[in-house]
Design a protein around this ligand. Structure first.
Ligand code: NAD
Length: 263
């Protein structure tokens, strides 16, 4: 299937590692040009060079913290200066700290709000006018299975991703007639550094080993294994593609069957 991504310009945030990087690679493999960001420049530039070499597409890497609206504005300005437009926006950020309600301070709530919700609002705010002007755009937010079924000990993620989901669903209706789709993609337990860290946090909380914590998750997944970032990225690339032109306002899990609900 030709996804129609050749020559499209895609901004993928938080993309030096993990799911963001996997999505960037899949888009590059389909011929898209990329703008990638992460907070640290070194790992980011290594990732950009590796993707440019592997897929032969232009890749611009800019250090930026998506939780900082000034960084977001600078990032989008630089992307537009380099490529002239942004066709595809994939919003991603690092995960917030694990914890139950009693463990969280007002400062932690504020920081997580900046990281998970304000980042999506600001990225969308600065990218949307260009998409409207050209009558074509794809906005894809990486959220979590926690929006369909909250995950224990992830109070911040469970709460704030629900807010992103409401924002995205409302925006999807507002911009649908302008050729812009807005969707969310929901990772289940996928093998990245973040998940290794969560296994350590769960192990410390429960007094078990990290291997045991991972095995407990695998036991809840009908496929009995963690997902691989590439398996996640395949759906992400499709949702960003020309071929996904009639899909908007959705939240689709990639979770090995973890969510038991019907819809
Ligand atoms: P990861 O820790 O492996 O990678 C995170 C990436 O984000 C890195 O490139 C890091 O440099 C970058 N980053 C972190 N904070 C940033 C910031 N403020 N500004 C810019 N870049 C930043 O994480 P991952 O597993 O790829 O997860 C990505 C997102 O998906 C997270 O929000 C995570 O909570 C969510 N998620 C992941 C899983 C999973 O199983 N991996 C499941 C559900 C949800």
């Amino acid at each position: 299937m030709d996804l129609g991504l050749t020559g499209k310009i895609a901004l993928v945030t938080a993309a030096s590692k993990g799911l963001g990087r996997a999505v960037a690679e899949e888009l590059a493999a389909e011929g898209a040009s990329l703008i990638l960001c992460a907070r640290g420049n070194e790992a980011l530039q290594e990732t950009c060079a590796a993707i440019a070499t592997a897929y032969g597409v232009p890749v611009l890497g800019l250090a930026a913290n998506v939780a900082d609206p000034a960084d977001v504005a600078r990032l989008v300005q630089a992307a537009q200066a380099r490529f002239g437009r942004i066709d595809i926006l994939v919003t991603n950020a690092g995960g917030p700290p694990a914890g139950t309600f009693d463990m969280l301070t007002p400062e932690m709530w504020q920081a997580a709000t900046s990281l998970l919700l304000t980042s999506v609002v600001e990225l969308t705010r600065v990218v949307l006018p260009g998409m409207k002007a050209q009558g074509w755009g794809r906005i894809l937010n990486i959220t979590s299975i926690s929006v369909k079924q909250p995950v224990e000990n992830l109070m911040l993620s469970n709460s704030l991703r629900a807010a992103v989901t409401g924002m995205a669903r409302t925006l999807a209706t507002e911009v649908a007639a302008q050729g812009i789709t807005v969707n969310n993609i929901l990772p289940g337990y996928t093998r990245t550094e973040r998940v290794v860290g969560l296994a350590d946090a769960t192990a410390a909380k429960e007094g078990i080993s990290a291997e045991e914590a991972t095995a407990r998750w695998e036991a809840q997944i009908p496929m009995r294994r963690l997902g691989e970032p590439r398996e996640f990225a395949a759906l992400a690339a499709f949702l960003c593609s020309e071929r996904a032109s009639y899909i908007t306002g959705t939240s689709i899990p990639v979770d090995g069957g973890w969510i038991r609900g019907l819809l």
